[in-house]
Design a protein around this ligand. Structure first.
Ligand code: APR
Length: 310
């Protein structure tokens, strides 16, 4: 029996936070990878985390590297590499730059871990997951993207605050692309098993939905220089845990669609079951006309970004 191995590509704010959270949960040994120009800081971050392990009481080897040989035979690989949008940069610039990063890192991942499951976080994440999928040549169940767990976590946070109850008792449900037109489905959201519509009045619920949609922007504005990373890292870890422990959790994930919800040959956030094979199943639900129209708008936004890649 060997310990599981998880590689995190991109050792920036999100990558480093993810690595630490994975190690704290003893989900496996961690390899943190970044570009050669920052190899020493990457090694430094990894060693610093490792030195936290005696105090926190976790056993996990953590290394930093720019050499993909060190990632060989990873069970799960998480991609957080890339750049965030900087002043003067168009959205298109961001898409093409990060798509290049996706292709470069995916080639290396596939070379050394041909059987791994890849989870993508880099934005714009729906399109980037598609890029990783087609570069990897992996079956669709082994390439997924993260957005719904994070968006749902934001929704759950705001609902728990509103009701002054435990976040653990609040469940949410977000469909669609990771953008301002994502589709939080209030109809399928509960607190302690009670439909939210029975606990919170319509206007307040709508305000919470709106805040959830713009949750990423709210953090960007507050941070002033960068984007969210604690909650995104936590979301990645939950998905990785579901896979590594074969928990078969029902979680929203960005999945490759072949007809599900009426969409083809694209990645979009949908409810899934995550287990040892990665994406075990997409759960298809009937949507109201209004919900389907909202999802169509979200899918259109994702397609617009995908067009830049072709
Ligand atoms: N290979 C490996 N690492 C790379 C590469 C590459 N080709 N290109 C860039 N990186 C690294 C950078 O050197 C940096 O350390 O990716 C890291 C990104 O980290 P940050 O700039 O701190 O960005 P972060 O806030 O972690 O966000 C990363 O996640 O949420 C998304 O929109 C966000 O796309 C962004 C990504």
């Amino acid at each position: 029996i060997r310990r599981r191995k998880i590689s995190v590509i991109g050792a920036g704010f999100t990558g480093a936070t993810t690595a630490l959270m994975l190690a704290q949960k003893e989900l496996g040994d961690i390899v943190l990878v970044d570009i050669p120009q920052v190899e020493n800081p990457t090694k430094g971050k990894a060693l610093d985390m490792l030195e936290a392990s005696p105090v926190q009481g976790f056993d996990a080897n953590i290394i930093g590297t720019s050499n993909y040989e060190d990632t060989a035979n990873s069970d799960v690989v998480i991609i957080t590499a890339g750049i965030a949008r900087k002043p003067g940069m168009s959205r298109d610039d961001l898409v093409s730059t990060n798509a290049k990063v996706m292709r470069a890192v995916t080639e290396q991942i596939v070379k050394y871990s041909p059987d791994c499951i890849i989870i993508v976080l880099t934005n714009p994440v729906d399109a980037m997951t598609y890029e990783v999928y087609r570069t990897s040549g992996f079956p669709k169940h082994r390439v997924i993207g993260q957005s719904g767990v994070l968006d749902t976590a934001r929704f759950r946070t705001f609902v728990a605050q509103e009701l002054n109850v435990s976040v653990e008792d609040v469940t949410g449900f977000v469909l669609g692309g990771h953008g301002d037109d994502m589709v939080p489905l209030v109809r399928y959201s509960y607190a302690g098993g009670i439909p939210l519509e029975k606990l919170i009045d319509k206007d307040r619920l709508e305000a919470i939905v709106e805040r959830t949609r713009k949750g990423g922007g709210e953090i960007v504005n507050l941070l002033g220089n960068g984007s969210a990373y604690y909650a995104p890292a936590a979301a990645l870890v939950q998905m990785a845990e579901a896979i590594l422990k074969d928990k078969r959790r029902i979680l929203p994930a960005i999945a490759y669609l072949e007809g599900e919800y009426g969409y083809n040959d694209m990645y979009l956030g949908v409810p899934t079951i995550l287990g040892a094979n990665g994406l075990e199943k997409i759960i298809e639900l009937e949507l109201t006309e209004e919900e389907k129209a909202a999802l169509d708008r979200s899918a259109d936004s994702v397609r617009k970004v995908m067009k830049i890649l072709n």
